[in-house]
Design a protein around this ligand. Structure first.
Ligand code: SF4
Length: 253
């Protein structure tokens, strides 16, 4: 049997400048995110999630599977989304839209129901539009803004937000209902993060969807209070929703 040869010249490859710097940025972002107070309510923007059990995990702050927390890159994607939203606000205002996003006290508009256990914060309300848009965009209208990569953005343009992103449609319907903005269609703005193209869609109030979303929130809260798990969204862990779910191992083991 031959002796394994020893390579005394082997040195671990040092990280490139990009790798070293990015590791520091990621670590800082993840650490900062870890200090955020836990959200003790069901967020209205999440209630359109197709899996009610996942909403329970979120609400109950059940630990995620190892290595499934928000990465630095994911946190940057969230932050970039806020920047695009701010840009869209500025663009619409420059075009003559009176878009209100904060109260006089500087707070985001929102609602809190079920004893504070369901809350939502809206992107804004359009209270007046420039003359050419009068008769096209009714006010006051809920304004909701999302940014997306080119593929998802094109899908929303092609199919409409309700078909392409049901989770956004549920959020819009619920927010319209709880904010009392049901008369005028909501104005949904989507920014293409790759090309900076803008898409706007008028979304009429869907009362049935708002009711179903609100009912789901009640079901989730009641099940959590009772210590029961609601049915999984799928019959097997290979389902698309489960494959990318941060509670997959816990849920199916
Ligand atoms: S693993 Fe699947 S069923 Fe379980 S919480 Fe996640 S999405 Fe729902």
């Amino acid at each position: 049997m031959t002796e394994p040869s020893l390579d005394f010249n082997h040195r671990p490859k040092p990280p490139t400048a990009a790798e070293a710097i990015n590791a520091l940025v990621d670590a800082a972002l993840v650490a900062e995110n870890g200090t955020r107070a836990r959200r003790e309510y069901l967020g209205g923007s999440r209630l359109g999630d197709p899996c009610a059990r996942r909403l329970q995990y979120e609400f109950l702050d059940v630990p995620r599977d190892p290595d499934t927390g928000f990465s630095g890159q994911t946190l940057r994607i969230f932050a970039v989304g806020h920047v695009f939203e701010d840009l869209a606000i500025g663009w619409l205002r420059r075009a003559g839209f009176d878009l209100r996003t904060r109260s006089r006290a500087g707070e985001q508009f929102g609602f809190s129901v079920a004893g504070g256990r369901v809350q939502g914060h809206i992107d804004g309300v359009v209270v007046a539009v420039p003359t050419p848009a009068q008769g096209v965009v009714a006010v006051p209208a809920l304004w909701e803004c999302k940014s997306a990569n080119a593929r998802n953005w094109k899908e929303m343009v092609r199919r409409g937000v309700a078909a392409a992103k049901p989770i956004y449609a549920a959020q819009i319907a619920l927010y319209q209902a709880y904010m009392g903005l049901t008369e005028a269609p909501a104005l949904f703005t989507a920014v293409n993060k790759d090309t900076s193209e803008l898409h706007h869609e008028l979304v009429p109030f869907d009362g049935a969807l708002a009711q179903a979303t609100s009912d789901k929130a009640v079901r989730v809260l009641q099940a959590c209070d009772a210590g029961e798990w609601l049915p999984r969204v799928a019959a097997e862990p290979e389902h698309l929703e489960c494959a990318r779910c941060p509670w997959r191992t816990r849920c199916w083991s």
